[in-house]
Write a protein that binds this ligand. Sequence first.
Ligand code: GLV
Ligand code: GLV
Length: 321
Amino acid sequence: MAHVVFVTRPLPDPGIELLARMGFEVRANNEDRPLSREELIAGVQGSDALLCMLSDRIDAEVLDAVPSLRVISNYAVGFDNIDVASARQRGIEVTTTPGVLTDATADLAWALLLSATRNLGAGERMVRAGEWTGWAPTQLLGEPIRNQTLGIVGMGAIGQAVARRAQGFDMQIVYFNRNRVAPEIETALGAEFVPLDDLLKRSDFISLHAPLNEQSRHMFDSRAFSLMKPSSVLVNTGRGALIDEAELVNVLRDRRIAAAGLDVYEFEPTITEGLLSLDNVVLAPHLGSASTLARGDMVRLCCENIAEVLAGRPAVTPAPG
Ligand code: GLV
Ligand code: GLV
């Protein structure tokens, strides 16, 4: 009898057809909206595998409701939506999609860095509102990027790809990571490992790529913001809750930092009160991995992980830890 895979959301090409071609019985939510908790638990009943989104919270309650599950394949590199320890206690493997979305996410971090620094959001709003009266010597002046210091928080694959792009801007790179990366990577990137407080004090730009967990939640709080330069720009394509978003609103409003570019939000998809009315923040709708190449490769990797685990082999890309 074919193994059953439940998919919580329509997927881009190659889509759920790939699972059918691999010989699985596919059950899927065909509506392009997140399932409620009740719908998710009902839909996944009797499945061997769950292919889920970062917006699906998979905790002990869900796991207990579906004793048939053997693998949870998260359509994301982040996995803070899944209680991995509880899953593994129950013998359920959890997998993610590292690697395939590295370039797409690094590109988006740079898009936000450039947009926030050069006032692209405010400028676009002005043009669309019909309020632009023409070029002006004093209009929407931004800050330089070349020769400035970029601080990278979380020097995994995506942080490193962001650093590589910074070399084209002749930037100094400092980074903070739970573990220091290999010396040859530091040398190739020209990146200096520093304590977080030093990074906060020295950086003109800070880009966040650390995983969200209990240690990293609200890493950017009022204390951290107080160490940052008033001219600095903060970019977050990691997870919203790395930042205390209510405090970020205060800091941006009072110009204690210059600008921010956000792709992710603490209470996603709810946007914290005050953020929408600020002109010095660029807001993207969680587009980090949203390239056709990355999203297609994520489908392939999710399916491969499911196939390997259900065949009794090790996952290709198990969630770390
Ligand atoms: C996106 O945010 C991901 O974790 O893949
Ligand atoms: C966190 O900073 C990590 O990626 O180790």
